[in-house]
Design a protein around this ligand. Structure first.
Ligand code: TYD
Length: 307
């Protein structure tokens, strides 16, 4: 709820708490609201959690998505509303240099998380083919920015460095991810929802490929500067830990289609995005303290204690 404070008083905003696994809830929701469309972002999204609890990912990402598709087909008459499904580049698996994922790259998911998202993408396309539901899909690279839960690498590093705790880097830190600043992603979503062609898929990449270790070192450098710590102090916290099981080595997206067809482009470099992100977390101490108390402590212990 803390992430929604900024829009709390907007006249065009309503918050309803519900679970997409709950068919009755969805049915009542579709009856009480005449939706103009759906942008479906509800998902279990963290690979490490999918390794410890795959069933939760099948329930939310696969069953939940099918429930939502079903409700749309059942309640929308005339099939003019758009159902836009947000997905991930991880459905394509890992790709060797210098390859890039295009919209036509065959699916090859490798983790329980990516397998669940791949499955949900297939269902969304199947509902277009079978029931004429006007769908759109996008597959994005790794998001980062303010308000991200610190299970993910960037905020986890910022939080640990702030606390002068070890910064866990899996394996040798050689895995490559393409970092997409959250506001650039939000702009792409807005564009695809309004201007994308029904039935189409768009890849959204950050255009900022980076090895994990280089990314973590950049965060350390920015943290030293912002916290007035001696150069190298944060880097000394880096700890190489046991690798993630089945860890994909490299993700890399070709964003040509959205750039050419919808005139989208990134506006934030990785350095700028990281600086803004670090500044946000340092200014929002209470947000960070709140989300890292309670359940997070158990999660962290479970994931990192024996690594
Ligand atoms: P993550 O933020 O979990 O995103 P994804 O798995 O969807 O790419 O992780 C980004 C990369 O950072 C990934 O290669 C795993 C690695 N990583 C670490 O090295 N240490 C960590 O504590 C975490 C959470 C991730």
């Amino acid at each position: 709820m803390e992430n929604l404070k900024d829009v709390e008083n907007s006249p065009n905003y309503t918050f309803v708490k519900g679970d997409i696994e709950d068919v009755d809830f969805l049915s009542a929701l579709f009856q009480s609201h005449q939706f103009e469309g759906i942008i479906h972002l509800a998902a279990e999204s963290h690979v490490d959690r999918s390794i410890t609890n795959p069933l939760a990912f099948i329930r939310t990402n696969v069953l939940g998505t099918v429930n939502l598709l079903d409700a749309a087909v059942k309640h929308w008459k005339g099939n003019t509303q758009r159902f836009y499904h947000i997905s991930t580049d991880e459905v394509f698996g890992s790709i060797e240099e210098p390859g890039l994922f295009t919209e036509n790259t065959p699916y090859d998911p490798k983790s329980p998380y990516s397998a669940s998202k791949a499955s949900s993408d297939h269902f969304v396309r199947a509902y277009h083919n079978t029931y004429d539901l006007p769908i759109l899909i996008s597959n994005c690279s790794n998001n980062y920015g303010p308000c991200q839960f610190p299970e993910k690498l960037v905020p986890l590093c910022i939080n640990n460095i702030k606390e002068s705790s070890p910064v866990p880097v899996y394996g040798q830190g050689l895995n490559i991810r393409d970092w997409l600043y959250v506001e650039d992603h939000a702009a792409a979503i807005d564009l695809i929802y309004h201007k994308g062609l029904v039935g189409e898929t768009y890849n959204i990449g950050g255009g900022s490929p980076c090895k994990n270790i280089d990314l973590v070192r950049s965060i350390c450098r920015i943290m030293d500067e912002k916290l007035n710590r001696p150069i190298g102090q944060s880097e000394s916290l880096i700890t190489f830990v046991k690798d993630r099981a089945g860890h994909d080595l490299r993700y890399a997206i070709d964003s040509k289609k959205i750039i050419e067809d919808l005139k989208w482009q990134t506006t934030t470099t990785l350095e700028e995005g990281l600086r803004t992100t670090v500044a946000w977390y340092l200014e929002n101490d209470s947000w960070l303290d709140h989300v890292t108390s309670g359940h997070y402590k158990n999660y962290y212990h479970l994931q990192y204690n024996k690594r």
